[in-house]
Design a protein around this ligand. Structure first.
Ligand code: F6P
Length: 340
């Protein structure tokens, strides 16, 4: 068989180990792999690169994606869809492995509906793909945010300030939850809950009274009611670029205005997405990449390789994409019980 592989959407640590696993697992069975550059854009425009095993040596521990990525939606225009189908035929692709989040996987599902042999692999630092227990990228990105929070703790303590760390995650609060839990924040603001300013201020006041400073984690997706400066800029899949709203800075401003405690904010943005994948992500990515090849060799097209408990298995696109995974009440209960 001739495999094609692409990485679409926002990059995250773990993409390179997945590409490597696809190439090596396929090669082990005597199958060749080519990579499409820059996500669906590369399939649409015929940007192809051969991926013999030697090409993936040494990429296991590298962040980003050696194939490049984009947020191109290949089905936004019928002309583009026709180009995608023509390129797949020209390149004689017997199995396309699409590695991505909800958007990339939705495009892969559409391609499958049009009769092409596609397998999906979920990835995203947001951890919001419904059909899998974890997505790779989340652990590595959240570890970066925890490190940032710990650095902010030092300076907040020195200056007796409240500091708000804004983290990514889109409309799911997993990154904020993980950062708040593992970093010991005094308050963590999640998009899954209505913004409660009185509760936030009470926690900040309690923390400042107890030890002279406060740390708050705010997810970029939190709705503040009077959202400051919503830029309205959208990507090709129609998602607003949430960081432009400046939630963290606005929360810090409100804390200072209401409590008199000098406040600052930090937005670490894309720093979270870079760097070497952590252990968990390397292992999960490797397992999913290998599983994608196995699904294709078994003829199970139209499935996504997912993690369920300890096991990796294939589920249909519709099941994997049924509903985005958001932070559940039991997690919220846990973090509330451990805050200031
Ligand atoms: O989906 C991953 C993610 O990092 C989100 O957490 C964030 O909102 C978005 O991508 C940022 O997108 P971009 O890289 O296009 O600015």
């Amino acid at each position: 068989m001739r495999f094609g592989v692409l990485t679409g959407g926002g990059d995250c640590p773990g993409l390179n180990p997945t590409i490597r696993a696809v190439v090596l697992r396929a090669a082990r069975g005597g199958h060749a792999t080519v990579g499409f550059l820059d996500g669906w854009k590369g399939v649409r425009d015929g940007l192809v690169r051969p991926l013999p095993p030697a090409e993936v040596a040494g990429i296991l521990n590298r962040g980003g994606t050696v194939l490049g990525s984009s947020r191109t939606n290949p089905f936004a225009k019928e002309d583009d869809a026709a180009k995608v189908l023509a390129v797949l035929a020209r390149e004689r692709i017997d199995a396309l492995v699409a590695i991505g989040g909800d958007d990339t996987l939705s495009a892969a599902r559409e391609l499958h509906r049009r009769g092409r042999p596609v397998i999906g692999v979920p990835k995203t630092m947001d951890n919001d793909v419904g059909g899998t227990d974890w997505t790779f990228g989340f652990h590595s990105a959240t570890a970066v945010a925890v490190d940032a929070l710990e650095r902010l703790r030092d300076t907040a303590q020195s200056h007796h300030r409240a500091i708000v760390l804004e983290v990514m995650g889109r409309n799911a609060g997993w990154v904020a939850l993980g950062t708040g839990l593992a970093g010991g924040a005094d308050a963590t603001l999640l998009p899954e809950e209505p913004y409660d300013e009185a509760a936030l201020l009470a926690r900040v006041r309690a923390a400042v009274a107890a030890r002279g400073y406060a740390l708050v984690v705010a997810s970029e997706g939190v709705e503040l009611g009077t959202a400051k400066g919503s830029a309205g800029a959208k990507d090709e899949f129609g998602h607003e670029l949430l960081r432009e709203r400046g939630v963290g800075a606005e929360v810090a401003r409100r804390i200072e205005a209401a409590t008199g405690v000098e406040s600052r904010s930090a937005q670490i943005g894309h720093i979270q997405r870079g760097g070497a994948p952590e252990l968990f992500d390397r292992i999960l990515a490797s397992r999913l990449g290998a599983a994608a090849v196995d699904l294709a060799l078994a003829g199970r097209f139209g499935e996504v390789a997912v993690l369920r408990g300890e096991s990796v298995r294939g589920v249909p696109f519709d099941e994997a994409l049924r509903s985005p995974k958001t932070v559940s009440p039991d997690w919220i209960d846990l973090i509330r019980s451990l805050e200031a």
